[in-house]
Design a protein around this ligand. Structure first.
Ligand code: 13P
Ligand code: SF4
Length: 308
């Protein structure tokens, strides 16, 4: 079957929009109406006048789109496309943690469930985390969850202390420091760029740290340089498409990782066939019951407002 042709026809007939993250396989990025980072994707979800949002990403992303658009149908090609970071923050334990620190403002990274968002004051993404944290008065204590690596990076950049939840992303923690040093020895003229979900020792080697969009923009602005890219390897598709002459190497992962480079198996659960099927059958659809949805919407709206 010609999935490109069929998807194009269906999306027109059904007034559907396809939103994809940079970690999706190349064919999905190529057919999407919009490809972006978590902030860009939630901004697109807030703006769209489509009747159906096909979210080619992971569950928390589609769930965020549904929280913003309760009357629209939001479908995810594979309902099992979860996120280790979101899973590292179970609502019951987080609620108990929050209750121990009632004077703290809760800032949560968007990579979390609707239940965690509903327990938050403001949501952030990797591209606006510094701005969001800096928007909180200096004397107000902050709980930051669920990513401890991003949290530690923000603490270093802002010079302020935060209480960190002990969560992390399996993909960004799979980079091998030994292999990275070895690779850099072979290619000393390559600059290392990294996503802030990576561990501190990896971030310490980087000349640039930022969200997926930030990393793409940095490469665009420095096209004559060469880069070792420390984030999920799907990002190389967009970089190579826009900067075909720039030399890029994905940062190496530890031996026992499923891929020699870091691939997110959750993101890669979506395929063109599943995308076609979910658009055709309008399932699996994401549902977020009230009042959970309204409670989770508030901190997302605060983030969107602060990101204008
Ligand atoms: P951004 O694309 O917002 O940088 O997020 C990266 C990520 O890990 C998404 O799951
Ligand atoms: Fe979650 Fe990490 Fe995969 Fe992003 S790359 S979806 S944070 S497991």
């Amino acid at each position: 079957m010609d999935f490109v042709k069929e998807i194009n026809q269906l999306r027109k007939e059904k007034n559907a929009v396809i939103l994809a993250h940079y970690y999706q396989e190349g064919a999905i990025q190529d057919i999407a109406d919009y490809v972006g980072d978590s902030l860009g994707l939630s901004q697109q979800a807030a703006q769209t006048d489509a009747d159906i949002i096909v979210f080619a990403g992971v569950h928390f992303m589609a769930e965020t789109a549904k929280i913003i658009n309760p009357t629209k149908k939001v479908v995810l090609p594979d309902l099992n496309a979860g996120c280790s970071l979101a899973d590292s923050c179970p609502p019951e334990s987080f609620k108990a943690f929050k209750e121990k620190h009632p004077d703290h403002i809760v800032i949560t990274y968007i990579n979390c469930s609707a239940e965690i968002k509903a327990l938050s004051d403001i949501v952030c993404t990797s591209s606006n985390a510094l701005k969001i944290v800096n928007s909180v008065p200096k004397d107000t204590p902050i709980i930051f969850a669920p990513d401890k690596n991003l949290g530690r990076y923000i603490m270093k950049e802002t010079g302020r202390d935060m209480l960190l939840w002990d969560g992390s992303c399996v993909v960004h923690e799979a980079f091998s420091m030994d292999k990275l040093i070895e690779l850099h020895k072979k290619h000393p003229d390559y600059k290392i760029i990294a996503h802030p979900e990576s561990e501190e020792h990896i971030l310490n080697t980087a000349t640039y740290i930022g969200s997926t969009s930030g990393m793409i923009n940095y490469v665009k602005a420095n096209q004559n340089d060469k880069f070792i890219v420390a984030t999920e390897a799907g990002i190389l598709h967009k970089m190579q498409l826009e900067m075909p002459n720039t030399e890029l190497i994905p940062a190496p992962a530890v031996e026992d990782n499923t891929c020699a480079c870091s691939e997110c198996h959750f993101m890669k659960m979506n395929t063109m066939e599943k995308l076609y099927n979910c658009l055709l059958h309008e399932t699996p659809a994401i549902e977020v019951p009230e009042p959970l949805r309204s409670r989770a919407l508030l901190p997302i709206e605060r983030m969107l407002e602060l990101s204008k």
